[in-house]
Design a protein around this ligand. Structure first.
Ligand code: FES
Length: 134
């Protein structure tokens, strides 16, 4: 098996954090410490022992639902039927805590999402689904 295949086989659950024109923008969304949120998510990933990862992306589309974070399943989660889940209005500490908890537990396909977090699931715009799936 080559290196690319090994890496793909071991892909962890990944939190894709939108940091485009609206998500993470303190002028548009004051009252949330967006940098702190991203720091917490990255620290969680760093301390997870590889169970989950965090990356940022440019605008995903549904700016009216900022901050948007997509929870991508791990390879094992996808095999178990998990699919990418879009979280909208991810602004407060409780939401960040629940994202960290869910990702650490395995994310889509592996663990059930926290009930309150499930209330923040949003439908992705059709044209961006494929981009985030990569
Ligand atoms: S900036 Fe995040 S959806 Fe547009």
């Amino acid at each position: 098996m080559n290196r690319v295949a090994v890496r793909a086989a071991a892909r962890p659950c990944t939190l894709v954090v939108c940091r485009g024109c609206c998500c993470g923008n303190p002028r548009k969304h004051p009252g949330t410490d967006h940098a702190w949120q991203l720091d917490r998510l990255r620290a969680g990933a760093d301390g997870s022992g590889g169970r989950f990862a965090v990356r940022t992306t440019d605008c995903l589309g549904p700016c009216d639902q900022a901050n948007v974070i997509v929870v991508q399943p791990s390879t094992a989660g996808r095999r178990a039927g998990g699919r990418a889940v879009w979280i909208g209005f991810a602004m407060d500490d409780d939401c960040t805590d629940e994202l960290l908890d869910w990702a650490a537990a395995g994310g889509p396909g592996i663990a059930e999402p926290p009930a309150a977090l499930a209330l923040q699931f949003v439908r992705p715009p059709r044209e961006t689904r494929a981009r985030v799936r990569r």
